[in-house]
Ligand binder design. Structure first.
Ligand SMILES: Cc1cc2nc3c(=O)[nH]c(=O)nc-3n(C[C@H](O)[C@H](O)[C@H](O)COP(=O)(O)O)c2cc1C
Length: 189
């Protein structure tokens, strides 16, 4: 299986990357090809609204930066793992750059992305400071709609709450570990 793992946190060693790396470790096997990106280390930009994809009826984004390669990989990958901290009740700006650029996936028809591979898996990792389990579930629900359209029919949320930057522990660590077990079992079986 091809696995694409994207860390959307500016921190290389924060909560998001800790959970993402733990899941990646669980999925490491000779038959899995894992590619990892730290968006914050890359030259990334959001959608430029050039409408090249719409005008040319292509799913290739005309704007060339480090997101170009990730966009192509995300079209084909079997599993995508995305992690983001919650910043001002939303995903990180780094991850938003990537998600906005997936607008090119709709370029062929202008409305759908049905040509992309179906029955794929998305794992969405959220980390945030509030010690409230459900407060940002709507973020996952919101973005899941788009990833469903891109063929990620099987979606899972792993969330670390109460994960303030000045604390090192993950408050719901057991829940996070259980979800990592659950998701990796689902993916591997
Ligand atoms: C700019 C900024 C905005 C934040 N906004 C929120 C917020 O709206 N809600 C929240 O619960 N935590 C918020 N936080 C806390 C982070 O979501 C939290 O520390 C997260 O666990 C960081 O994950 P990381 O270590 O993987 O980067 C914010 C932190 C920063 C730096």
């Amino acid at each position: 299986m091809n696995i694409l793992a994207i860390n959307g946190s500016p921190k290389r060693n924060g909560t998001c990357s800790t959970i993402l790396n733990a899941l990646v470790d669980r999925l490491s096997a000779p038959h899995n090809k894992i590619t990892q990106y730290n968006l914050n280390s890359l030259n990334i930009h959001g959608c430029q609204e050039c409408f090249y994809c719409r005008n040319k009826k292509t799913d290739i984004c005309a704007y060339k930066d480090d997101i170009s390669e990730i966009l192509e990989m995300a079209k084909k990958t079997d599993i995508m793992i995305i992690s983001t901290p919650v910043f001002y009740s939303d995903i990180s700006a780094q991850l938003k750059c990537f998600i906005d650029r997936t607008w090119s996936y709709y370029g062929i028809t202008g409305t759908s992305a049905n040509h992309l591979k179906r029955n794929r898996t998305l794992v969405f990792i959220l980390s945030y400071g509030y010690n409230n389990s459900g407060i940002y579930d709507q973020l996952y629900e919101k973005y899941k709609v788009y990833f469903n359209m891109f063929g990620f029919d099987n979606c899972y949320l792993i969330k670390a709450y109460g994960a303030q930057y000045y604390k090192t522990e993950i408050i719901n660590n057991n829940e996070v570990s259980d979800m990592i077990d659950f998701v990796s079992d689902k993916i591997c079986n």
